[in-house]
Design a binder for this molecule. Sequence first.
Ligand code: GUN
Length: 310
Amino acid sequence: MAVVIDGKEIAGKKREEAAVRAAALRALGIVPCLAVVLVGEDPASVSYVTGKEKALAAAGMESLDIRLPRDTGEKALLARIAALNADPSVHGILVQLPLPPQIREDAVITAIDPAKDVDGFHPVSVGNMVLGRPGFLPCTPHGVLVLLDEMKIPTAGAHAVVLGRSNIVGKPLASLLARREVNATVTVCHTGSGDPGRYTRQADILIAAAGKPGLVTVDMVKEGVVVIDVGVSRVEDCSAKNGYRLKGDVDFERVAEKASYITPVPGGVGPMTIAMLLLNVIAAAEGRAAVEARAAVEARAAAGPGSVHG
Ligand code: GUN
């Protein structure tokens, strides 16, 4: 029987770290602030955004809640983003995806100032990640790496199989797992791969991010595999209070009997995404504080000796 990885507990430690760093910033008169933009009222997106805002508040950070009607045009949204880019009290900008069909996600992501791109979705952030340069890492893939690290699961030389090639999870995870400090050998499976079991049976580490509930069955994994389930789907459940329950991509009950480690849904990767977001907002605020401090020192130096120090 597998060890069930407690994402809530590990995320709690990271949220604690965010709270300590937020307090240090507040002592300098800086309140870390994330602008959260939601277009429309998709119930899952509303629930995610609410969860993020609650976590920000609990860590002593601020959120600027921007809710726009589902018929908002792309131009209007881009104008809001330009205003948030220019607002010095806003350290990070998150536009909840997916967006309604009249808005191009790509245009919106590219419009966000890379210095405020705490989702790590901007092409500049993606480029920095692939090159191993400093920058914001996307929250869910980063959270997966932190889970593996905290559980002391060896990754060097492991065969990691990623199910799914989304821009948000599959693609960045593949890149991060292949980094020298992680050193996994990576296979990415997608809708064009044919029978996924052919690949998943070879996995030492299996990361399911296909968004297909119950896709990974027990016959698709080998004994001792580490399973990280990123999928979150709402499935009908008459016995549940709200008429649905959350289900991952993995048949948890059966696969847990064969795996060495497994993440549950909910309570696995989900809490990590939020924790990594908080840390990215902190990093954005710290980054801005450092830029401002440098500018102040340079201004004093330019004013020369004898200038008044305030
Ligand atoms: N939609 C699903 N996951 C995410 C995420 O991590 N960030 C944003 N902005 N939208 C999402």
